[in-house]
Design a protein around this ligand. Sequence first.
Ligand code: GDP
Length: 299
Amino acid sequence: LSRLRDGLSKSSDKLTEGVTAIFTKRKLDDDTIDELTDLLITADLGVPAATRITTALAKDKFDKDITDEDVRSALALEVAATLAPHEKPLQIDSARKPHILLMVGVNGAGKTTTIGKLAKKFADDGKSVMLAAGDTFRAAAIEQLQVWGDRTGAPVVARKVGADAAGLAFDAVKEAQEKGVDILMIDTAGRLQNRKELMDELAKIVRVIKKLDETAPHDVILTLDATVGQNALSQAKVFTEIAGVTGLVMTKLDGTARGGVLVALADQFKLPIHFIGVGEGVEDLQSFNADAFSKALAG
Ligand code: GDP
């Protein structure tokens, strides 16, 4: 919990300092409501959530003195209410050998790191894990996945740079099935610059793995970087359109003032939020908890 609090301190400082600046010895009136709305929007919470928060406050407090504590608690309540329906742990079906997770997201979002952190978590839970280095465009991505494999003891199925990602995914599923592996995580390329190519490649991966398991992929997990703020929303839009995303991981919530974007994402996409990343280390992946997040964000 304190890791989350430390991580979100820049986001919460931005909000609490802004709230204090607006409401020092002032009433809640049209002017302060406008200022508060602007603050919430610049903190990336999005217009709908900002409006709900100010409306909730105005119900009891319009034309009355208001403290920053009042504002912070309204903020925490609304953020928790928005996020709570999306607090959904990732369900691994142990009857599946393997349960297949397709990991998507733009380059740099923290996808490979998240795969490594999840491999550790699953291994700690006693599951056998296999990784597939499906971002065959970048040598660094393949090497980095291999490092995580070594670190967590998970075998890595990898090919040379430029190899066909769908072929590699097919081989990985086959091998995981033969070995009775519990969980297979397939990394993918995240070149959003060429949307058509990316879409074709993801579709091809899905098509070939269905030949071996027609129920696969069992989850399509989108990794989003909190530091990009509103860009996370456009990434979510593209990937929900092209990849059938079933759940989210938001990374880099440590040290950004843009953590509020998770609220806007929840409003707009209504996707399950499985995990949040609060650092680069292997332990820095937390199951998403709406209540803890809202308290850490509201300061
Ligand atoms: P990919 O291109 O999506 O696979 O991204 P990487 O996994 O290579 O991550 C890009 C950078 O973000 C690396 O330097 C990671 O260490 C860093 N990173 C990933 N997750 C987090 C996080 O939760 N917090 C912080 N501070 N850094 C992270």
